[in-house]
Design a protein around this ligand. Structure first.
Ligand SMILES: [Zn+2]
Ligand SMILES: [Zn+2]
Length: 340
């Protein structure tokens, strides 16, 4: 690769504005790899950023869910990675700093995120990279990061897990993978609530035992019947809507656990009585990003029913349309193929 070679990238300029730019292809430095992007997914966070609901600096290339091929490696990187199909955690984590040790690899103080994946190439730290297993397509491997966000959240639950009932509200990709991981962890009965019929059908494939449409069925009544009036052991909110949190609280049994899987707009506050929270002894957990769960999530992906998860693929310049489609919840996951 010559120093003059350039690449296309979509730069976010605030609001719904993106510009298609020619940028220099990043040069590898020690312990980094250059990846030619195959697939980059649109995340709910990207939508929130364009809507001003998630803090982000402007004039940056977004995109943190991706897969591709290693086309160059820096000093200190295993040369066998060259030409391998890989996916990567945007921040790999040094594993040694205070944040890596006591928070998670996603929040590493040293190993910062380098660039975004809505471009033809991206530079990533070797530590974040995972080779894609043979039984997973390169396109579906771009689902590792969002699946890892759910897994990281589910892994927050206090162990041992109760073997009874969990409720998962919202069955987009985060909700679907939450259902899958809860089932994998041994939860007996999963009740899921979702307005879109196509998503309810997917919820069954991912392991939901009872799927309801909350516009037609009263979720609280179903939970009451299915738990003999005690409430669910675990309630996961995978919508990112503060109004839904109030309902979650009412569905949960004493000593139950609440999971905040969805990303809430900054400035949202708990909408329920703190006396009740104290009295019912409820624990609330959330996780931000893939945390320490990226590689474990990748190992699960080949076994997950991913056939109908990618709802549309767009060229790089189609990014604004793909974000609009995602914002309208017209499918599950829209992706960009920057080198298509
Ligand atoms: Zn994401
Ligand atoms: Zn670190």
């Amino acid at each position: 690769m010559t120093e003059t070679s350039s690449m296309k990238a979509m730069t976010w300029r605030g609001g719904n504005n993106f510009t298609s730019d020619q940028l220099e292809i990043p040069q590898v430095i020690d312990k980094t790899c250059l990846i030619e992007i195959d697939t980059a997914g649109i995340c709910g966070t990207d939508i929130h950023i364009t809507q001003g609901l998630f803090p982000s600096p402007e004039n940056v290339v977004l995109g943190h869910e991706f897969s591709g091929k290693v086309v160059d490696v820096g000093k200190g990187v295993d040369k066998n990675l060259l030409n391998q199909s890989v996916t990567a955690q945007p921040v790999g984590g040094c594993g040694l700093c205070e944040s890596c040790e006591k928070w998670s690899l996603s929040h590493c103080e040293k190993n910062k995120r380098r660039a975004g994946a809505f471009s033809e190439y991206v530079l990533v730290d070797e530590k974040g990279i995972s080779v894609i297993p043979d039984n997973l397509s390169i396109q579906n491997a771009a689902l590792t990061e969002p699946a890892a966000c759910s897994l990281s959240c589910v892994e927050m639950l206090k162990k041992p897990l109760p073997t009874s009932t969990a409720v998962v509200i919202g069955n987009g990709l985060l909700g679907l993978s939450t259902i899958y991981f809860l089932k994998e962890m041994g939860i007996d009965k999963i009740i899921s609530s979702e307005i879109a019929e196509s998503r309810r059908n997917l919820a069954k494939l991912f392991g939901s035992d009872i799927t309801i449409d909350p516009t037609k069925t009263d979720l609280a009544e179903v939970v009451e019947t299915e738990t003999n009036g005690y409430g669910a052991d675990i309630v996961a909110e995978a919508v990112g809507n503060p109004n839904v949190i109030k309902n979650c609280f009412e569905l949960i049994r004493p000593r139950g656990q609440m999971l905040l899987v969805g990303v809430h707009p900054k400035g949202s506050y708990l909408p329920f009585d703190l006396h009740d929270l104290h009295f019912k002894e409820i624990s609330i957990f959330g996780a931000s990003g893939a945390g320490n769960s990226f590689k474990r999530a990748l190992n699960h992906l080949p076994n997950m029913p991913l056939e109908d998860i990618i709802s549309g693929r767009y060229p790089l310049e189609g990014l604004p349309q793909a974000i609009e489609k995602s914002a309208n919840a017209e499918g599950i996951k829209f992706v960009i193929g920057p080198n298509d």
